[in-house]
Each structure stands twice: as structure tokens, then as C-alpha cells.
Write a new protein. Structure first.
Length: 338
């Protein structure tokens, strides 16, 4: 296993790699990157030094969107091709690197694993890979950790972070594709008639993405940045509604995490997000803040609808486990490793 991801901050890609690795660990030899292998130097380690660390006839699994071009005996997990579809969302050097790297890696690898049917279609089109070489293995959620929190746990986290009793929650990096500005606009319109409704934004800027303009000084908006993983379940569970306004995703793990914590989900109708929602949440056009505001207003005023979404979300989360994901990944690796 290509262990370069182990030295990076945990986002959806790293969480996927870590959760699956834990469940396959007896069958994997993980090649860890040295501490200096960050950023550009991480790419250099992956391309030049990682291939030398492989034993003859070993199949390499690269679980975090990139892999060494020189290694053909490899399976690569590629969650999406957003740098190819929307290079304007990324810093120039990153977009340029991935525009050259992704087609080469995917064409040379024995197989590609991805997280959604949407991503499979985009990989086939942008990288020129035959569809039968791209396997869809849906990510999961850890129900032992992401579950409805107790009232005491929710209150403790809420008070510690200085949050209001009722709030909308969004979780994701501060990048253009996460589209938080549309949520802020919708929330502002709701606040005209509901001054007690807060907005909580979790997530930090990344070194690869171009950030959104974030000079929102509204009272009622709470930016938490990156928070400890241990706080996430209670933060999800205490929210009135979880909102996922992203313009582009390979899947959307926060949707499942919120559902597993018993929080109603309102999410974008674009790209792979409806696949993650699976009919257990409300969808909206992420370019239409008025539509989002209307969906939220109806949901916030309908306790029965919120209860039904909570139940549907919990069922959805129970069906999508990391054990199921690990079995799917292992099936691909076993087939290619014969």
C-alpha cells in the first residue's frame, strides 16, 4: 500500500484510505513516506523512491488519488477528476501537475477504483480509460464513532465552541467548489424571520485549492476551522440541519457522517452528491440560494419531515459501512493480484 497519505491532514480522501487500510491491514504491507515527503517532495518520493521500495511481483494499491507512473502493477483509487474538470478551482501548479499526472497513472494502472458512478464516467471521458477498468466501490461510515450523540455530549460541544442552540452546519474545506457562499446567502434570508438560527462552518483552507472570499462578518456565523475529530459526531448531532452545497464531489463523506449522527441532510443535486444521499435527504440546485432557503424553511418548520429524514438517514448510514467498502476494495485487489 502506498502510505503517502499517512503524513497528511485528514480530509475525506485520507479518511477513506485510513479506514480501509485498518480493515485490510493483515493483508497489506504499507510503505510509509518519510517525514520530509510533503507537498512537492511528497510527489517526488511517490514517483521516484516508492517504486524502489516494492518487492518483485507485489501489487501496489495507491488509495489517495495519485500513484507512481512507473508502476504498472498497481491499482489506484481515484475519487474524482476535479483538477481536470475544473482547473480554475485549484492553484496553477497543482492543476498543471494533475493534468499531466492523472491520465498517465490511470492509463498505466491495472485497475482504477472510484467512489461513484459519476466519477467513473468522468474518469473514462477525461483520462481515456476503458469503462471496464474502473470499479465503483462506495465509501462508508464508522457507525461506532458517528452515531446520534447524547444530549449532554451535544450540549458540551456546543457550549465549548460557543455555538447557538439552533444552527445549520456545513463541513468542508474553504474552497470554491464547496460553494459555502450560496449557503450564507440562503441563511441570511432565513435570519430575517428567525434571528435565533445560527450558521456553523467547519473546515479550513487547503494548500492546493483557491479559496473562497470569506469576509462574512455576520453575527450568527461561527467559523470553527479544523476541529478535533472527536468533536465531529456531537457537532453533527446538535445541528438542526446539515447542509452540503458542493458544486462537485467524488462522493461526499460528510453526508453519510451527518446521517449516521441522526441529522437531517439537505444537499446539492450536482455530480455524485445524489448518489451519496441515496434518497435519504433533500436535494437542491446549488446555484440557487432562494431554492435552498425555501427547502430549509419548509424543513425547519416541519417536525414530521425532520423526523422522517432522520430515520431515512440512519438507515442509509447503517447500509454503507467501511467493512463493506473494504470488502469491495479487497475484491478488486485480489482479482488483479492473481
Amino acid at each position: 500500500m502506498n502510505g503517502r497519505f499517512l503524513g497528511r491532514p485528514v480530509t475525506g480522501v485520507e479518511r477513506y484510505a485510513w479506514e480501509v487500510a485498518q480493515r485490510l491491514s493483515p493483508r497489506l504491507r504499507i510503505v510509509r513516506a518519510p517525514g520530509w515527503a510533503q507537498g512537492v517532495r511528497g510527489h517526488l518520493w511517490e514517483q521516484l523512491l516508492l517504486p524502489r521500495a516494492l518487492h518483485a511481483h507485489e501489487l501496489l494499491w495507491s488509495p489517495a488519488n495519485t500513484g507512481p507512473v512507473a508502476v504498472e502493477n498497481q491499482v489506484v483509487t481515484l475519487h474524482d477528476v476535479s483538477p481536470l474538470d475544473h482547473p480554475e478551482w485549484f492553484r496553477g501548479a497543482f492543476a498543471s501537475l494533475y493534468r499531466r499526472l492523472l491520465p498517465q497513472v490511470t492509463r498505466r494502472a491495472r485497475r482504477i477504483i472510484t467512489s461513484s458512478r459519476f466519477s467513473r464516467e468522468r474518469i473514462v471521458e477525461t483520462c481515456g480509460v476503458p469503462e471496464d477498468r474502473v470499479a465503483v466501490v462506495v465509501p462508508g461510515v464508522d457507525a461506532a464513532r458517528f452515531r446520534p450523540p447524547s444530549t449532554a455530549a451535544s450540549n458540551e460541544v456546543r457550549v465549548r465552541h460557543g455555538l447557538p442552540e439552533r444552527y445549520l452546519l456545513a463541513v468542508g474545506s474553504r474552497s470554491q467548489r464547496k460553494n459555502v457562499a450560496v449557503l450564507v446567502t440562503a441563511w441570511r434570508s432565513l435570519r430575517v424571520h428567525d434571528r435565533e438560527l445560527g450558521l456553523v462552518l467547519v473546515g479550513d483552507a487547503t494548500h492546493t485549492a483557491r479559496g473562497e472570499v470569506s469576509a462574512w462578518g455576520d453575527a450568527g456565523i461561527r467559523r470553527l476551522g479544523r476541529i478535533p475529530d472527536a468533536d465531529l459526531p456531537a457537532l453533527y448531532g446538535a445541528a438542526a440541519v446539515f447542509v452540503y452545497p458542493s458544486l462537485y464531489e467524488g462522493f461526499g463523506l460528510p453526508v453519510l457522517e451527518a446521517m449516521a449522527c441522526g441529522t437531517p441532510v439537505v444537499a446539492s443535486c450536482r455530480t455524485s452528491v445524489p448518489e451519496a444521499v441515496g434518497g435519504a435527504g433533500k436535494l437542491f440546485d446549488p446555484t440557487e440560494p432562494d431554492e435552498l432557503a425555501a427547502v430549509l424553511e419548509r424543513l425547519l418548520n416541519d417536525a414530521v419531515d425532520r423526523r422522517d429524514l432522520r430515520s431515512a438517514g440512519l438507515r442509509r448510514a447503517r447500509a454503507l459501512t467501511w467493512e463493506r467498502t473494504a470488502d469491495g476494495v479487497l475484491g478488486v485487489l485480489a482479482a488483479e493480484g492473481r
